[in-house]
Design a protein around this ligand. Structure first.
Ligand code: HEM
Length: 128
């Protein structure tokens, strides 16, 4: 399963997953197209999870520039990624139920920024 531990696959998955999520969120609740986009986004959530987990298990001991053990900062990346996906799902489900998604949008925006920032700070793949 080593092919899953690829930053290219990981980036491809979250770019497509986020685009599908954003399109679905702009569609009218209850339409067939929205359901299709939501379900397709979920397939990509699984791919994000699989590639992220594979990267985690492969690289969690790699030395980093953070003043803490590698496993700790990699664990934070794992948690932030998971929470980001969780918030995406909650935004779409709350819209579907007619509940106010706004606070969840704000938390999602902060989480997705932090996740991408930390991802690019960690040593594998693109680094800044
Ligand atoms: C929407 C959700 C996510 C976004 C936007 C995201 C974003 C990123 C980015 C930008 C990178 C850096 C890629 C590179 O350096 O080329 C990365 C790497 C990584 N991600 Fe994610 N990620 C997400 C979800 C996850 C999840 C759910 C996990 C764990 C299950 C995870 C684990 C990792 C790991 C371990 C790395 C490698 C870090 C490194 O050493 O460079 N990510 N991610």
């Amino acid at each position: 399963m080593d092919f899953l531990a690829s930053t290219h696959l990981h980036i491809f998955s979250w770019v497509v997953g986020i685009v599908l999520f954003l399109i679905a969120s702009q569609m009218k609740v209850g339409t067939r197209n929205r359901t299709i986009f939501h379900m397709s986004a979920r397939v990509f959530y699984l791919l994000i999870l699989a590639s992220g987990a594979a990267l985690f298990f492969k690289f969690q001991t790699l030395p980093t520039n953070f003043p803490m053990p590698s496993q700790a900062i990699y664990g934070i990346k794992f948690t932030l990624g998971l929470l980001t996906l969780g918030l995406m799902e909650m935004v779409l489900v709350r819209e579907k139920k007619g509940k106010n998604p706004k606070p969840f949008w704000i938390i999602w925006a902060i989480l997705v920024f932090a996740t991408i920032f930390l991802g690019f700070k960690l040593p594998v793949g693109i680094q800044f």
